[in-house]
Design a protein around this ligand. Structure first.
Ligand code: NAD
Ligand code: UDP
Length: 361
């Protein structure tokens, strides 16, 4: 059986079919999750202002799913901070929206440090506006995209959900603030159902290479930089630091395939809708860390291309090593990551090779 067929069988195991709102659904993690949710027969309304994405991603999602009923995916261009836009989406479908998957937000650490007001506005005020609208429409179930960034520089590894929340940058502060707000909501009323999914490093692309990560401007993250170096669009990879306290001196991260992450969302949503946990806070990672050099070597081997690199100074705000303890998600959701580092490399490469400029033709 092909990987894609197996994947589709797994996502079909989501039992509930709901009308859902997906904010930021045109983005990297959002578009892959929309695919998984549509394959599980949910009906979606997406709200996105395309500040870091393109409507093309959702067109391609429809093609991949073979969506006949275009009403199953409605798309509204708008802002999560706008009460008018939120009213539009909550009034759009004939069935009430039962739950929200909230991906909309900004995620560039460096930019967050130089533009804190903007980051707090989009990430925190945007979420507050969304929650306000949810409350007034009686929709009280939300899956929130949190981040391992909020652990900062962990004292011990692997990182559990009980590890200290101690962000080292503005982006992480906004994620921690939203988690606190969500805790306050849950404490205020029994009817809220909240999942805070703390992602480690999402990478890869749909195995078809049809949808993937399409950052606007110069990429910051490791995988988009590597694929652009392999394509010749960037001269060489600059590795930030060769003097970290790790085996080969380069920093270690827990990379998770975006389709595994998408499936984690389906399972978390299903658990919120099926049982009573008011607040689920869980790591989504593989539990295995790879250094930057290990990723480069794996990429070269899996894809048969060269990735020239040089080692330069550490990047401000970086930490040596983050590795998830995914035990809680495994136990509570019955979820396991399936994709290897080789698959993450291969799928990122096929997306980038076939779409050298992302969604911009
Ligand atoms: P992305 O930038 O690809 O997707 C975010 C989407 O939100 C984009 O489509 C963007 O246009 C939209 N958006 C931004 N501001 C908006 C607004 N005000 N109103 C409506 N739409 C808006 O990012 P992603 O990698 O898919 O990340 C999704 C979520 O997951 C984000 O909240 C991010 O902080 C979080 N996260 C991402 C990572 C990662 O490394 N990719 C890691 C941990 C957590
Ligand atoms: N990295 C690097 N060169 C780059 C981009 C990233 O060496 O051009 C390193 C970075 O220092 C970190 C790892 O790759 O150790 C993953 O970085 P990314 O920005 O993808 O995610 P982060 O872990 O910072 O959220």
């Amino acid at each position: 059986m092909m990987v894609e067929e197996r994947l589709s069988l797994r996502v079909h195991s989501c039992r509930f079919m709901s009308q859902l709102l997906v904010t930021g659904g045109a983005g990297f993690v959002g578009s892959h999750t929309c695919l998984a949710l549509l394959q599980a027969n949910h009906r979606l309304v997406v709200l996105d202002n395309y500040v870091n994405s393109s409507a093309d991603s959702l067109e391609r999602v429809c093609d991949l799913v073979g969506l006949k009923d275009r009403d199953a995916l409605k798309v509204v261009q708008g802002d999560v901070r706008s009460p008018d836009d939120l009213n539009r989406v909550f009034q759009l479908s004939d069935k009430p929206i039962e739950a929200v998957l909230h991906f909309a937000g900004l995620k560039a650490v460096g930019e967050s440090i130089s533009s804190p007001l903007h980051y707090w506005d989009i990430n925190v005020t945007g979420t507050r506006c969304l929650l306000q609208a949810m409350q007034s429409y009686g929709c009280k179930t939300i899956v929130f995209s949190s981040s391992a960034t909020l652990y900062g520089s962990p004292k011990t590894l692997p990182i559990t959900e009980n590890s200290l929340v101690d962000p080292t940058n503005t982006y992480g502060n906004t994620k921690a603030a939203v988690e606190r707000l969500l805790r306050d909501l849950v404490a205020s009323e029994d009817s809220w159902r909240v999942a805070c999914l703390r992602y480690f490093n999402p990478v890869g692309a749909h195995p078809s290479g049809t949808i993937g990560e399409s950052p606007q401007g110069i990429p910051n993250n490791l995988f988009p930089v590597i694929t652009k170096v392999a394509l010749g669009q960037i001269d060489k990879l600059k590795i930030f630091g060769g003097d970290w306290p790790t085996e080969d001196g380069t920093a270690v991260r827990d990379y998770i395939h975006v389709m595994d992450l998408a499936e984690g969302h389906c399972f978390a949503l299903e658990l919120l809708q099926r049982e009573d946990p008011q607040l689920l806070v869980m790591n989504l990672g593989t539990g295995t860390g790879y250094s930057v050099l290990e990723v480069v070597k794996a990429f070269e081997k899996a894809c048969g291309v060269n990735v020239p690199y040089e080692i330069i100074n550490r990047r401000p705000g970086d930490v040596a090593c983050t590795i998830a303890d995914p035990t809680l998600a495994q136990k509570k959701l019955g979820w396991r990551t399936k994709f290897s580092l080789d698959a993450m490399c291969l799928h990122s490469w096929s997306w980038q090779k076939d779409n050298p400029n992302g969604y911009i033709n």
